[in-house]
Ligand binder design. Structure first.
Ligand code: FES
Ligand SMILES: [Fe+2]
Length: 255
């Protein structure tokens, strides 16, 4: 049984990953196909044709619609079937689920829960994003697959105290040894943090700013010797890219 929190925003992909082609991705255990419409807004459907369950991502993108690669049934970005080759009648059950999306912080966020609860204002706040001197490029990266339960990652990321010892050659800093971690609990979140004052600059390679280094733990990082107990994969840090505008995908069924 799934233990995922469904009514929440998740990053489905980096903005640059969603293009004019069908991108399959597994999110919260669900097969999803993502693509960008002709006007640039992203769209997401269940990656499963209701006819004979072929993955829609193996089909073709035709304008803003997805044509199944098996028998050609075609779905618009709301998941409504708009064409059944060889017949006029389109059964009302011939549809796939679509998902609310919001493009923000250089990423495409998806809501896998009840659609009417999707509120873009609930996307996690990233203070100072885009402001000069705050390393806007830190909200960028690659796709990383951790071979562990996601709860282990969550546990790791609310535990900044380990960085002094586990990451002493990169983002760790002896000045933080006795700095306590503060924890705040909100209605639907837990925030763990600490401010380390008057510390020397991180020993992360100079081309990365200090602010970037502080957040490498949540994107792609070198959790090398010893690795974070919860982490098992550590690709290299990518080059930064510019932030993109925020936009919400409003996908109405075709008339
Ligand atoms: S399986 Fe998609 S049209 Fe037949
Ligand atoms: Fe870590």
């Amino acid at each position: 049984m799934s233990t995922f929190v469904k009514n929440a925003w998740y990053v489905a992909a980096w903005s640059k990953e969603i293009r004019r082609k069908l991108l399959p991705r597994t999110i919260l255990g669900e097969q999803v196909v993502l693509y960008r419409r002709e006007d640039g807004t992203p769209a997401a459907l269940v990656d499963r044709c209701p006819h004979k369950l072929a993955p829609l991502s193996l089909g073709e993108l035709k304008g803003d619609q997805v044509q199944c690669g098996y028998h050609g049934m075609t779905f618009d970005c709301s998941g409504t079937c708009v064409r059944v080759p060889g017949q006029q009648n389109i059964p009302p059950t011939a549809r796939v689920r679509s998902f609310p999306l919001v493009e923000k912080y250089n990423a495409v966020w998806i809501w896998m829960g009840e659609p009417h609860l999707a509120d873009a204002k609930k996307i996690v706040d990233v203070p100072h994003y885009g402001e000069p001197g705050w390393g806007w490029g830190l909200v960028d990266g690659q796709y990383v697959h951790f071979r562990t339960n996601y709860l282990n990652i969550t546990d790791n990321l609310v535990d900044p105290a380990h960085t002094t010892y586990v990451h002493k050659s990169t983002i760790g800093n002896a000045a933080a040894e006795d700095v306590g971690v503060k924890v705040e609990q909100g209605e639907d979140h837990v925030l763990a943090y600490r401010w380390i004052y008057n510390a020397s600059r991180s020993r992360w390679p100079g081309k990365w700013s200090t602010s970037r280094a502080l957040l490498t733990d949540v994107s792609t990082t070198t959790c090398t010797r010893p690795r974070c107990p919860a982490w098992t994969l550590s690709p290299s840090m990518p080059a930064p890219s510019r932030p993109k505008r925020t936009r919400t995908a409003a996908c109405a069924p075709s008339a």
